[in-house]
Design a protein around this ligand. Structure first.
Ligand code: GLA
Length: 365
């Protein structure tokens, strides 16, 4: 689907659900992360790219003060919530949290009617939740006339995840979705929030493929990794693992297991982000592929966030001629990103479709 088609779908769903056209429409893309996984809640470096897939929100300020009516095209679900609700561990939390934090401290004198349309598969590691939150915040800004910069929207969206939904995530997804430029990687330092745009190669494509098994980051794995990193920081006497350099590796290796493995992943992954940015700038596809492959091994062996279906898909991607391939996103299921020469893309896709029937090639950038 194109962005226009996703917007038109949200508009049509709204009109059908609430009997009139929405007052405003907003869109936010998903993202694929090229390198830098789990570094963002460790003050580290990341390199995501906004996708051509995303989520549209149709919104009107209507109904009883504080009431939130939400209709989602995904399985045609409905929810009736209140702005004062606590999180209920359900899909509508992202919208309720976005509205509640946006309106924090302001008088709410109307209700909210919302329809959601998306072509991003949920639980695929492509930031469907960040897209939903950022699209909701954009719609609210537009409808209320409040002026927020893309960086302010990213920060507020992260607070929705951390404070309302209860996921202790970093800021990569919200930043990529709100600030990133299409067809460019966003090289972001999550400590300083300094960023720059890095152009993607002309001769090669990054292909995003879902392994067939979804994830749920609100399950324990993600929070456990966050706690393990905090424990490694305490043991090393640093405030974030990104203060630790490759030269400090002996101290990291001396930690007990699994803290040593977790910290080693973060320290080496930060270096791989730098290597990847240098490789992209020099158009060095071999160096780029080497960093991606090393990142996958590190996620699988040291950070333990991969699953068998993902490892199989990565192996098949390489066997079919991808130069590099790795798990992308939070892990425990979801998607891979593979670097494939553009003139080999058709043959590669055919082979993956044949050999990996559970997998789905989702998009290319
Ligand atoms: C999820 C989180 C991000 C980041 C990635 C892993 O997408 O939302 O903040 O930690 O996992 O890199």
């Amino acid at each position: 689907m194109t962005q226009d088609a996703v917007r038109a779908t949200a508009h049509a769903q709204f009109a059908k659900t609430y009997g009139e056209a929405p007052e405003t429409l907003a869109f936010a893309p998903g993202r694929v992360n090229l390198l830098g996984e789990h570094t963002d809640y460790n003050g580290g470096l990341v390199l995501p790219v906004p996708l051509n897939m995303g989520t549209a929100i149709a919104l009107s300020l209507a109904g009883e003060a504080g009431a939130i009516a939400i209709q989602s095209g995904h399985e045609d679900k409905r929810a009736e919530r209140q702005i004062t609700d606590a999180a209920a561990r359900t899909w509508s939390d992202y919208v309720v949290g976005a509205i509640a934090l946006f309106m924090e401290g302001k008088t709410v004198d109307s209700g909210f009617q919302i329809s959601i349309a998306t072509d991003l598969p949920v639980g695929s590691g492509l930031s469907s939740s960040a897209a939903l939150i950022v699209a909701t915040l954009r719609a609210l800004c537009e409808r209320t006339g409040r002026d927020m910069t893309p960086v302010e929207i990213a920060k507020l969206a992260r607070r929705v995840e951390n404070e309302f939904v209860g996921l202790p995530c970093g800021i990569m997804d919200q930043f990529a979705v709100s600030v990133g430029e299409p067809r460019h990687a966003l090289f972001l330092d999550t400590t300083t929030l300094q960023y720059e745009s890095v152009a993607l190669p002309d001769t090669h494509k990054f292909v995003v493929a879902h392994c067939g098994t979804g994830h749920k980051l609100t399950d324990d794995g993600y929070s456990t990794r966050v706690r393990e990193c905090q424990a490694a920081c305490a043991a090393l006497g640093v405030s974030t693992l990104s203060e630790v350099s490759i030269a400090d590796m002996p101290k990291v290796e001396a930690l007990e297991s699994p803290l040593a493995e977790r910290a080693r992943h973060i320290v080496t992954e930060n270096q791989r982000v730098r290597d990847t940015v240098a490789a992209l700038s020099a158009n060095d596809m071999d160096a780029l592929a080497a960093a991606m492959n090393a990142s996958h091994a590190s996620q699988r062996d040291d950070y333990a966030v991969s699953i068998e279906e993902i490892d199989d898909l990565v192996e098949n991607a390489l066997r079919a001629g991808a130069l590099g391939a790795r798990l992308t996103g939070g892990g425990f299921g979801g998607s891979i990103v593979a670097l494939v020469a553009e003139d080999h893309l058709d043959a590669w896709s055919k082979e993956i479709n044949q050999n990996c029937p559970a997998a789905r090639i989702l998009t290319v950038c």
